[in-house]
Design a protein around this ligand. Structure first.
Ligand code: BES
Ligand code: MN
Ligand code: ZN
Length: 474
C-alpha cells in the first residue's frame, strides 16, 4: 500500500488539491482565489461527492490545482473525494492535499480511506500495486495521526481481502489460503492460527466440509484464527464461507454462472482480514475467525445429489443440489463455534446465494438476525463504513420447506426465497446462540464490475470495513 503522510504545508512541486464543500473552497491567497472562484462558478455542482475539477496553471506554482467535492463534508463525502482524487492523478504525480482548519478527524479518516481504497490494484497485476506520493497538509494541533492510522489499518485489511478474492483459484486452494493467514498471524503477537486437515476433520465429525471438499484434488481445511487480548470480556466468533472455487459440483453451474466463482471465499477473506485488522488496532474484544475452506469440484470422488451428510452437530442433511455447498460447510463451522467456543455473538459472512442480487441488486448485502439490536448495530456500522445491507425476514412458516423424508433437513428447497431459506438453514445450527447471531449474504456486493468510487474493479473486500467498525464497540 502506498504511503500517505501528514505535513505542515503542501510541497511546492505537488499538484495542490482543495476540498469543495457547500460554501465553496476554503479561503485562498490571490491570485489563486480569483481563479478558483471563477472555475467553481462555471462548474456543474462542484461540491458533489466525487466531483473533480482540474485547473491547469502552466509555468506557475502550483502548476495544477484539483478541486474535489466533499458534499456536506461528512465522512462519506470525504471518502468519495479521496477515491476521486487518486483516480484523477497520475501514479508518479506528487499530490499535496490542503485541509482547511475545521476538518473533523472523521473527515481525514474518510479522505485517507478513499485514497487507499480507490487506489487499490491487485498485488499480482502486471503493473504491480499502484504507487503514489500523497501528503496531506494540516494546520495546528490535531488528532489526525490516530485517524490516519485507523484508516491505514482498515484499508490494509480491505486490500488483503481483495487480494485473496482476486487471486486465481489455481493458486488459491484451501491449503494456500490457510498458509497465507498462518504467516500473517505469526507476525503479530496475540494472534494464533490453527489449521485442521482432512484426517482431523474426519476425527472430529466435520462431515459438511469433507463432503464438499471431497471432489477436489486440493483437500479442504478448517482455519481458525484467534485474537485474544488480555483485557477482553467478550468473545465474538466470525465465520466466513471459504469456497476457493465453486463449479457447482455434479449439479454443475453454467459457464456464465461459473466465471467469477473464484470469489466464493470472499466471506472467509473478510473475516480473517478484519481479525488481523482488529489485532493491528489492538481492539479489546476476543475474536475467533473460522474459515471452512474447500473447493467444490467435479470428479469421481465428488459428493452426489441425494447424498445424506452428517454435520458437526450430529444431525443429517440431504443434499439434492451439490451447488448448495456453502451452507453445508458453514453449518459445521457454526455448530462447532456454538458447542466449543461458547461465543457471546456469532456472525457469518457468505457469498451464499445468487438470490441476494435478485432481491437487493449489486451493492447491498442481505442481513438476517433474530436480534434487533445486533441487526441495528451492524447496519449502522455498515452505513458509517460505506457498505450497505438490508434486513430480510426469517419467517418461521418457511422452515417446513427444509423438511426431508430421509434426513433431519434438506439443503436446497425449491420453495420459499433463495436467500431466505438459506439463512433459515443456517439458523438450525446455532443452538442456544440463535438469538445472538447474524448472517450476511454478501454474494452481490463482493464484486465490482468496474471502478466505482472507493471500489476498484474486481473483488471489493465487502464486509471487512463493516466488521472493523462494528468490532470497535462489540
Ligand atoms: N456461490 C454460490 C452463490 C453465488 C452466486 C455467489 C452468484 C455469488 C454470485 C452458491 O454456492 C450457490 O451456488 N447457490 C445456489 C443455491 C441453490 C443451489 C439452492 C444459487 O444461488 O443458485
Ligand atoms: Mn454453489
Ligand atoms: Zn458457492
Amino acid at each position: 500500500m502506498f504511503a500517505i503522510r501528514l505535513t505542515p504545508r503542501p510541497a511546492d512541486d505537488s499538484t495542490l488539491v482543495l476540498a469543495v464543500g457547500p460554501a465553496g473552497a476554503d479561503a485562498l491567497p490571490e491570485p489563486l482565489a480569483g481563479e478558483v472562484t471563477a472555475l467553481l462558478s462555471s462548474a456543474d455542482d462542484p461540491a458533489r461527492p466525487g466531483a473533480v475539477q482540474l485547473l491547469p496553471r502552466p509555468a506557475r506554482q502550483p502548476a495544477r490545482v484539483l478541486l474535489a467535492g466533499i458534499g456536506a463534508g461528512d465522512e462519506a463525502g470525504w471518502r468519495a473525494a479521496g477515491a476521486a482524487i487518486i483516480r484523477t492523478v497520475r501514479a508518479d504525480e506528487p499530490v499535496g492535499i490542503a485541509l482547511g482548519p475545521d476538518v473533523p478527524a472523521e473527515g481525514l479518516c474518510g479522505l485517507a480511506e478513499g485514497l487507499w481504497l480507490g487506489g487499490y490494484r491487485f498485488r499480482d497485476a502486471p503493473r504491480g500495486p499502484r504507487t503514489a506520493e500523497v501528503t496531506i497538509a494540516v494546520t495546528g494541533a490535531h488528532p489526525y495521526e490516530q485517524s490516519l492510522e485507523t484508516a491505514r489499518v482498515t484499508a490494509a485489511a480491505t486490500w488483503l481481502a481483495r487480494d485473496l478474492a482476486n487471486m486465481p483459484a489455481s493458486v488459491k486452494n484451501p491449503a494456500w489460503f490457510a498458509e497465507q493467514i498462518v504467516a500473517a498471524a505469526a507476525t503479530r503477537p496475540g494472534l494464533t492460527a490453527t489449521v485442521r486437515e482432512p484426517a482431523q476433520l474426519a476425527a472430529e465429525g466435520f462431515g459438511g466440509i469433507l463432503a464438499v471438499g471431497g471432489g477436489s484434488a486440493s483437500p479442504p481445511r478448517l482455519l481458525e484464527l484467534s485474537w485474544r487480548p488480555e483485557s477482553a470480556s467478550r468473545h465474538v466468533v466470525l465465520v466466513g464461507k471459504g469456497i476457493t472455487f465453486d463449479t457447482g459440483g455434479i449439479s454443475i453451474k453454467t459457464r456464465d454462472g461459473m466465471k467469477l466463482m473464484k470469489k466464493d471465499m470472499s466471506g472467509a477473506a473478510a473475516v480473517v482480514a478484519a481479525t488481523l485488522g482488529a489485532a493491528d488496532l489492538g481492539l479489546g474484544v476476543r475474536i475467533t475467525a473460522l474459515a471452512p475452506l474447500a473447493e467444490n469440484a467435479v470428479s469421481g470422488s465428488a459428493y452426489r445429489p441425494g447424498d445424506v451428510i452428517t454435520q458437526y452437530d450430529g444431525t443429517t442433511t440431504e443434499s439434492t443440489n451439490s451447488d448448495a455447498e456453502g451452507r453445508l460447510v458453514l453449518a459445521d463451522a457454526l455448530a462447532y463455534a456454538v458447542a466449543e467456543l461458547r461465543p457471546d455473538v456469532v456472525l457469518d459472512l457468505a457469498t451464499l446465494t445468487g438470490a441476494n442480487a435478485v432481491a437487493l441488486g449489486k451493492r447491498t448485502a442481505a442481513l438476517y438476525s433474530y436480534d434487533d439490536e445486533l441487526a441495528a448495530a451492524l447496519t449502522a456500522a455498515g452505513a458509517a463504513a460505506g457498505e450497505s445491507m438490508w434486513r430480510l425476514p426469517l419467517p418461521d412458516d418457511y422452515r417446513e420447506y427444509l423438511r426431508s423424508d430421509i434426513a433431519d433437513r434438506h439443503s436446497s428447497p425449491t420453495r420459499g426465497a433463495g436467500s431466505v431459506v438459506a439463512a433459515l438453514f443456517l439458523s438450525e445450527f446455532l443452538g442456544d446462540r440463535r438469538d445472538r447471531w447474524a448472517h450476511l449474504d454478501m454474494s452481490a456486493p463482493s464484486w465490482a464490475e468496474q471502478d466505482d468510487g472507493d471500489l476498484s474493479v474486481g473483488a471489493t473486500g465487502w464486509g471487512t470495513r463493516t466488521l472493523l467498525r462494528w468490532l470497535v464497540s462489540a
